[in-house]
Design a protein around this ligand. Sequence first.
Ligand code: CA
Length: 233
Amino acid sequence: MADKILVVEDEPVLQETLVYNLKHQGYEVDTANNGQAAIDKAKEINPDLILLDIMLPGLDGFDVCRILRKDMNVPILMLTARDDEIDRVVGLEVGADDYLTKPFSMRELIARVKALLRRVHSMQSLNTQEDATNIILQFNNLIIDETRHEVKIDDQPLDLKPKEYDLLLYLANHKGHVLSREKMLKDVWGWNYFGGSRTVDVHVRWLREKIEDNPADPVRIITIRSVGYRFEG
Ligand code: CA
């Protein structure tokens, strides 16, 4: 079954070019021209990936990304036209999975799309295996239920963003290992993500705020100076 891609782009020529090239690759493609239409369409068709332009009439791409992220886990590849937008995307304030700066080549776009979808599919097959085995990881009062994608401390569910959950699960599966930022970036973000080590540090900080008693003096996720991190449980 073909993957479904929602293209959110208000420039008609670029939208047409994107649609043409993605269809040529065998994807099923749907479009939206503005922010609200993008949200409605995404909820209606439940796409496998969203290409999201930032400068849109009405709600902009940042708004759309934030709103969709509340209840959809779909990968979002943002299209930016200005350098000053990159920080917000890379800082993951909005939770985009990747971005491309205009102008970009269709070859590059297709490569990014394929990489993101590959990552999603490998996660899905992992989840299916977990469903059958109902894996629960426990570290004192911290419990990770992989089947339910649920994390609890003292039986209280934590509100983790999808990437925070992925990172925690990754750390938990590598308890006691010293992990470099580069390795974490590659393994959790799936490939050579542009955000670099800052992405890892930002997520570790967010995670510490949720799972450490005292985030300023962490005992679960230890910083290994000039290398990366180690999860102690
Ligand atoms: Ca635009």
